[in-house]
Design a protein around this ligand. Structure first.
Ligand SMILES: Cc1cc2nc3c(=O)[nH]c(=O)nc-3n(C[C@H](O)[C@H](O)[C@H](O)COP(=O)(O)O)c2cc1C
Length: 179
């Protein structure tokens, strides 16, 4: 795909086919995590184990429901809502606490998402799983993260199901000023 076409094609996909993603394709996509601008350590954990995906999904839905945050509670209350959207792969981006941790992780995740889009995979950029993955608890331990790493961003990956599910066209933002 042309670069600008790829950037235009990217969207948060919230419905995935059950179809698995080939290891070779995942490796190709993951190589781009270390092409992003970076100022510190981070880790990408590739979660494909069905039981772990289900447990993260279910715990996240409960945490959203009990969060006290109106937006999250409304999402969790949607008919059949699954926070991981049925994706067969979840990338968990983690980093040790530090001033640039979130920037490093977001850069890497975004670069991976663009590569995935270019290679025909659907993806998302989600933080709700961090409600239940604090780097310390029993669920986090199943990720076998490096010592001191805290999950910051997750990226579901797979083949798109219904691209319009939970998708709202984005209003044009008036957020550029010239000086
Ligand atoms: C910091 C951040 C956190 C986000 N968390 C979630 C999330 O937990 N679940 C989700 O479905 N989308 C999440 N999103 C995706 C946004 O909802 C999405 O990017 C936005 O609605 C624009 O839509 P688009 O990505 O399809 O262009 C998040 C995006 C960002 C930047």
């Amino acid at each position: 795909m042309e670069t600008l076409q790829t950037l235009s094609a990217r969207q948060s996909v919230r419905d995935y086919q059950a179809r698995a993603v080939a290891r070779e394709l995942l490796e190709k996509v993951l190589a781009f995590a270390n092409k992003a601008a970076n100022a510190g350590p981070f880790q990408v954990t590739v979660v494909q184990e069905a039981a772990l995906l289900q447990d993260i999904n279910d715990a996240t839905r409960v945490a959203m429901r009990d969060s006290g945050n109106d937006f999250l509670m409304q999402r969790a209350a949607l008919e059949g809502y699954q926070p991981l959207y049925g994706a067969p792969v979840l990338l968990v981006f983690s980093a040790p606490a530090g001033p640039y941790a979130q920037i490093n992780v977001a850069n890497a995740a975004t670069t991976v998402i663009i590569a995935a889009t270019d290679l025909g995979l659907a993806s998302g950029f989600i933080i709700t799983p961090t409600l239940v993955l604090d780097g310390q608890n029993a669920l986090s331990q199943r990720l076998r993260l490096p010592e001191g790493h805290v999950p910051t961003v997750c990226v579901p990956l797979g083949y798109a199901g219904d691209r319009s599910k939970y998708h709202h066209p984005r209003p044009l933002a008036d957020n550029i000023n010239w000086v």
